[in-house]
Design a protein around this ligand. Sequence first.
Ligand SMILES: Cc1cc2nc3c(=O)[nH]c(=O)nc-3n(C[C@H](O)[C@H](O)[C@H](O)COP(=O)(O)O)c2cc1C
Length: 173
Amino acid sequence: MKVDVEYLEFMWSMRHFLITCGDIEGKSNIIAVSFCMPISKKPPLIACAIGKNSCSSELIKNSKEFIINVPLAELKPQIYYCGFHSGYQVDKFKETGLTAQSAHQVKAPIIDECVAHMECKVTQIIETGDKNLFIGEVVEAYADETLAKGERKTEYAQGDFPRKVYGTRFKTQ
Ligand SMILES: Cc1cc2nc3c(=O)[nH]c(=O)nc-3n(C[C@H](O)[C@H](O)[C@H](O)COP(=O)(O)O)c2cc1C
């Protein structure tokens, strides 16, 4: 027997990312994002779907920049904190203890505890249902040296289906 399910759970091999946005000198924010994928190699483009009502959407729309930070599994508590709280209400850098550091080409900070960083400039914004799909061109990408050289084994934060965020059963009429 087959039963109706929340379809997203069965797409879930996605990696969790922490996207930073805003301005390190002013207001900056962190959002947990899994709806994120490469969509072109030349030019290097990545698409990220971010809730229309989120603080991050507003900041990215204004600055036209964001950074994809790659967390390891040990940052899961911080990922979940950033995924269940809004920058409209809290300062996520302060609350998680994550360290903001200057990026190279964009005003938003990188998260020092993450192992890789992709600085992106927005080339296109597409409205998709409840999300804004931000297409960003990667202007610079860098990672911890041991990781880049494959000298270190890593467990990226991935896999868990964030049921509390996406667990509402979806059924088309
Ligand atoms: C593991 C995980 C993955 C998430 N992925 C996304 C995502 O891909 N897109 C999105 O809009 N929200 C996603 N969320 C929810 C946002 O992180 C959440 O709505 C957040 O509070 C928005 O913060 P902001 O208002 O500070 O931007 C995810 C949450 C978790 C816990």
